[in-house]
Design a protein around this ligand. Structure first.
Ligand SMILES: *Cc1c(COP(=O)(O)O)cnc(C)c1O
Length: 395
């Protein structure tokens, strides 16, 4: 059975967790601080603050930008539901706009059309690891005085070319960038999240909020030679990452370049092996983007039954997932105003299949997926092929 994803964890991560446990310091402490420094250096951001997961990161990012009761935040429906939940947690209203045709990211033109006097922020998503058009979004945010928050839950290790320069997602092109280390993402700490920002004052707020609004951290108090009494200048939360998680995260981060390189090689193989398969469209990478292929999404022609295809593949031992959810179609979002057409979003959900892709995938597994999909599609299309299917990557 070929799974849809598999975290790449080994003895080194186990040893790091083991050492963290035996160090006697297991809650937020020196490993968290070191993970933050490593992560900030990796994405080239001035500040990185670790939190319990990406959903809490999104909550703090929105709070940091002053989002509150009645404010409107423009975002996509076509994303994991955590984004809109975080907006609503602030008392604000998510305004769903459609994604671009031929991709899975927010359409900057739709963002402009959705701006009202109540709009305070844009929450964009680098969906399934593909960078969204930050150049256009930055321009809109700047011109209209809006905050720009990036949901980069899936996009660690992805790159974007901005002003002629390749840069990693997380360099805080927007005001704040939020990452996830859930096992379905490209690197994992079990659960975990990270906030990067250019603004020192924002970073300081995140640090305060994540530990109950407490003025002194555990590590500071522990290290102090004088008696220190903490105080609580603001209401806060417990959104901390543990040192056990951070120790694992540090090892994962050292593996990330290799993981992304392998994932991109598999993406290239898929594109080559599937090039002639009828009834599907392969994902396109804009010339200014390098995806980490957190998910490899294939678009099906309108007449292909998504569920039926997925079942055929599952019967052959190939696990797939359907396209990204549409929040506006979920009961949980029934009270959210529906102002804009979300046709592309719905089409993407119902006519997309995500293929297995993980760094440890063998060449023969990649070929097995391609063969199964090719066979299934050829039997579903009247299109008759005469030339033989290429079964392996040019070698
Ligand atoms: C996974 C995901 C989240 C939530 O991340 P957690 O760390 O599980 O809270 C948010 N947004 C997107 C786009 C995601 O894919």
């Amino acid at each position: 059975m070929i799974p849809i994803a598999k975290p790449m964890l080994g003895e080194e991560e186990a040893a790091a967790a083991h050492a963290a446990v035996l160090s006697g310091w297991v809650s937020q402490g020196p490993q968290v601080a070191a993970f933050e420094a490593d992560f900030a250096a990796f994405v080239d951001a001035p500040h990185a603050c670790a939190v319990s997961n990406c959903t809490t990161a999104l909550h703090l990012a929105l709070l940091g930008m002053g989002i509150g009761e009645g404010d409107e935040v423009i975002t996509v429906s076509h994303s994991f539901i955590a984004g809109a939940n975080a907006i609503r947690q602030c008392g604000a209203v998510p305004i769903f706009v459609d994604i671009e045709a031929g991709g899975y990211n927010i359409d900057p033109e739709r963002v402009v059309q959705a701006i009202t006097p109540k709009t305070r922020a844009i929450l964009c998503v680098h969906q399934i690891g593909m960078p969204c058009d930050l150049t256009a979004l930055q321009m809109i945010a700047q011109k209209r005085g809006l905050a720009l928050i990036e949901d980069a839950a899936c996009a660690v290790g992805s790159e974007i070319r901005m002003m002629g320069d390749w840069q990693r997602i997380g360099r805080a092109h927007g005001d704040v960038v939020c990452f996830s280390f859930h096992p379905r993402k490209v690197i994992t700490t079990g659960e975990g999240g990270m906030l990067t920002t250019r603004h020192a004052a924002l970073d300081a707020k995140f640090r305060l909020w994540r530990q109950h609004g407490m003025s002194v951290s555990d590590t500071q108090r522990h290290a102090a030679s004088d008696v220190v009494f903490e105080d609580y200048p603001v209401p806060g939360y417990n959104y901390r990452m543990t040192d056990i998680q951070a120790a694992v995260g540090r090892v994962q981060l050292t593996r990330l370049p290799e993981i992304v390189a392998r994932r991109r090689a598999i993406g290239d193989d898929y594109r080559e092996l599937l090039a002639e398969v009828p009834g599907i469209t392969l994902p396109q990478e804009p010339v200014w983007a390098k995806s980490n292929w957190q998910s490899f999404a294939v678009t099906l022609d309108a007449e292909v039954d998504q569920r039926d295809l997925m079942q055929t593949l599952l019967d052959e031992g190939v696990t797939t997932r359907r396209g990204v959810m549409c929040m506006h179609l979920e009961q949980a979002m029934r009270d959210v105003p529906r102002r804009h057409r979300l046709m592309q979003s719905e089409t993407a959900r119902d006519h997309t299949v995500l293929l297995p892709l993980y760094a440890q995938m063998t060449q023969s597994e990649v070929e097995q997926v391609a063969e199964s999909l090719g066979r299934a599609m050829r039997s579903r299309t009247r299109h008759i092929r005469t030339e033989p299917l290429r079964l392996s990557v040019a070698s």
